[in-house]
Design a protein. Structure first.
Length: 286
C-alpha cells in the first residue's frame, strides 16, 4: 500500500509589511483514496486572490494548479479531477489533494505571498521509513589553507546516511550553541539505491579545534511520520596538535643547532691538526 507524506517547510507565518501569510498543516501522512487539504490564510488588506502552484522534483518551473478569486474557484485543465480549490480569496483558500501518484512528488506553493511551500513525497512501495545514521569526521592533519591569505583552519565533515525519505535538516552546534558561520551543507540529499545521503561541513579556526574543551555536534532532524527526531554525533577538539607542532619545530631547531655545533667542533679539530702539522714541518725543515 502506498502512503503519502507532506511536509511544510516553513513553520512560522511569512510577514509582508506586518501582514501575515500562513500555509498549513506542518506534516501529514495519508493513505490512497483519502482526501487531504492544504490551507493558505492571509491578512493582506485589499487582496482578493490566492493561487496554488506545483513544482515537481527535478523541475525548475512552477505550474499553476488553480486559483481562488473571492469565492470563485478555478482549476487548470491538467489538474482537473485530482485537485480542487475552495475557500475565499480574501481570507483563506484550500487546495484539496485527491488522487496523487509518485509523479506528483514536489513542492506546493500557496501564493498570496510566496513562503517555503509544502514539500510532498509519495513513499515508494517496499521501502521503510528509516532514520539517518550520523557520523562526524574529524579534520585531517594534512589540511591546507584554501588560499595564500587564509589563516589556518580545520574542516569537520558530518555525514548522514541510510535514511528514507529525504526530509532532513542539518545544523551544527559548538559547545551546545548554534553555529551558522563556516557551515556548508549539500543543497539536497543524494539518492543511493533505496536510501539517501547528505553531508555538511563546518570550518573552524585551527586554535578552536586544538582546544579539547570545544565540542562540535552535528544534528540531523528527521521526520518519521509522527514525530521529529534528532540524530546527532559529537567530536571534541584534540589537545596538543598545535603544541606538538611547536615541539617538533623546537626539536628540529635544537637538532640543527647541535649538528651545527658538532660540525664546528670537527672543523676546529681539523684546523688545529693542520696547524700542528705545519708547525712540525717547519721545525723539521729547520
Amino acid at each position: 500500500v502506498h502512503r503519502y507524506i507532506m511536509k511544510i517547510l516553513r513553520r512560522n507565518p511569512v510577514s509582508l509589511n506586518k501582514q501575515k501569510v500562513l500555509q498549513t498543516p506542518l506534516d501529514i501522512f495519508f493513505e490512497p483514496g483519502s482526501e487531504q487539504k492544504l490551507t493558505l490564510s492571509h491578512e493582506i488588506s485589499s487582496y482578493d486572490t490566492i493561487l496554488w502552484y506545483q513544482k515537481l522534483n527535478g523541475d525548475t518551473s512552477l505550474k499553476l494548479i488553480g486559483r481562488m478569486y473571492y469565492k470563485v474557484s478555478t482549476v487548470e485543465d491538467a489538474f482537473e479531477g485530482r485537485f480542487t480549490v475552495s475557500g475565499d480569496g480574501e481570507k483563506a483558500a484550500q487546495l484539496h489533494l485527491l488522487q496523487l501518484t509518485p509523479s506528483d512528488s514536489g513542492v506546493y506553493f500557496g501564493a498570496a505571498f510566496f513562503g517555503g511551500g509544502t514539500k510532498l513525497t509519495v513513499l515508494e512501495k517496499g521501502i521503510d521509513i528509516t532514520a539517518p545514521k550520523v557520523v562526524v569526521v574529524p579534520p585531517s592533519d594534512n589540511e591546507q589553507p584554501r588560499s595564500s591569505g587564509e589563516t589556518k583552519a580545520k574542516t569537520l565533515v558530518c555525514v548522514a546516511s541510510d535514511f528514507y525519505p529525504d526530509h532532513v535538516t542539518v545544523s551544527w552546534q559548538v559547545n551546545g550553541q548554534p553555529r551558522n558561520h563556516g557551515v556548508s551543507t549539500d543543497s539536497a540529499p543524494q539518492r543511493k539505491g533505496t536510501s539517501y545521503t547528505i553531508s555538511s561541513r563546518l570550518r573552524v579556526d585551527a586554535t578552536e579545534w586544538t582546544s579539547p574543551e570545544n565540542c562540535f555536534t552535528c544534528i540531523v532532524m528527521f521526520y518519521d511520520g509522527k514525530d521529529y527526531i534528532n540524530q546527532h554525533d559529537t567530536v571534541c577538539g584534540i589537545e596538543g596538535k598545535s603544541k606538538d607542532f611547536k615541539m617538533v619545530k623546537y626539536l628540529r631547531i635544537t637538532h640543527n643547532a647541535k649538528l651545527s655545533y658538532v660540525v664546528f667542533i670537527v672543523k676546529s679539530v681539523v684546523y688545529g691538526l693542520f696547524v700542528a702539522f705545519l708547525a712540525w714541518r717547519i721545525k723539521v725543515g729547520i
